[in-house]
Design a protein around this ligand. Structure first.
Ligand SMILES: Cc1cc2nc3c(=O)[nH]c(=O)nc-3n(C[C@H](O)[C@H](O)[C@H](O)COP(=O)(O)OP(=O)(O)OC[C@H]3O[C@@H](n4cnc5c(N)ncnc54)[C@H](O)[C@@H]3O)c2cc1C
Ligand code: FES
Length: 251
């Protein structure tokens, strides 16, 4: 489907926010799902680029995505202008499973893993008031959307060099004695591993969003698999994921 670019904003030196509107099944979006974007009419890249849905507004009929420029595809995306159109497929994948009502929840995002948690936090707000948001970035210059999240709940920020918030890692801000019942996370694989290790021995349901290079994006090619925790099965990140219960997958 073709969506119109209605806004594009530079958030940090290499991170961009892009707003889209047009015909799209907004009501069907589950937080944690993604869209697959055709780059430059497929001229240079046959494979679409997957980007998570950061926010969906069913009233305004709009979608927001946030991406980091890492190669030609995302560079092209960052050059889009209001009025351009993007050819996208979505919503794709399996998103976050929401918790039981009034649960004690912690949401942990790292770097470019932060945006998909925004839609999740919006939905969590309808379910519980006991919500802590922990965001991790490399340094102050890399921070984005902190104020946006702060409008939805209590936000704790860690930066590696201490230039903003607490010096250290997200694990330094996650109190394992706080009796959280659910943890939702998106970020680099190392951060997800560290979080799981940090929570070992406590009774918490953990859900993580994983990333892998993708080809078809719709479950047909098995180009994006991850292993089950016992390494006996393979799951397609684009179909069974990108969100998994952290007990199910090898991190
Ligand atoms: C389900 C899913 C959701 C995603 N959501 C977002 C998002 O919300 N925002 C965002 O910025 N990015 C997201 N990504 C990553 C994004 O798809 C890639 O950064 C993008 O496809 C790179 O395209 P490119 O043409 O710019 O770079 P390429 O030229 O394809 O690659 C440039 C460099 O980036 C690395 N790279 C490419 N894809 C990935 C990847 N999936 N994971 C790790 N490294 C990669 C390559 O190894 C290479 O070093 C997501 C990926 C998946 C699978
Ligand atoms: S990218 Fe083809 S199965 Fe996931």
């Amino acid at each position: 489907m073709l969506l119109d670019v209605t806004g594009i904003t530079n958030l940090t030196s290499n991170i961009w926010e892009l707003c889209l509107s047009g015909p799209f099944p907004y009501q069907r979006v589950q937080a944690g799902q993604f869209i697959n974007i055709l780059i430059n009419q497929g001229k240079d890249h046959i494979l679409r680029r997957p980007i998570s849905i950061a926010e969906v507004d069913t009233n305004k009929k709009s979608l927001t995505i946030v991406f980091r420029v890492v190669g030609q595809g995302t560079e092209w995306l960052s050059q889009r202008q209001v009025g351009d159109q993007l050819n996208i497929i979505g919503p794709l994948g399996t998103g976050f499973q929401l918790p039981a009502k009034n649960s004690k929840v912690v949401v942990v995002g790292g770097g470019i893993g932060v945006p998909p948690l925004y839609q999740l936090v919006k939905e969590l707000k309808q379910i519980t008031n006991d919500l802590t948001i922990i965001l991790g970035f490399r340094n102050q210059a890399d921070c984005f959307w902190v104020e946006r999240f702060a409008k939805l709940g209590q936000v704790l920020v860690a930066t590696n060099d201490g230039s903003f918030g607490t010096k250290g890692f997200v694990t330094d801000l996650l109190d394992t004695k706080a009796n959280y019942e659910y943890l939702y996370s998106c970020g680099p694989r190392g951060m997800l591993q560290a979080l799981k290790n940090h929570c070992q021995g406590i009774n918490i349901q953990g859900y993580v969003s994983l990333e892998e290079r993708m080809a078809c994006g719709v479950g047909a090619c098995y180009g994006c698999v991850c292993s089950s925790a016992d390494r006996k099965l393979h799951y397609r990140i684009c179909k069974e994921g990108p969100v998994f219960n952290w007990e199910e997958v090898a991190l």
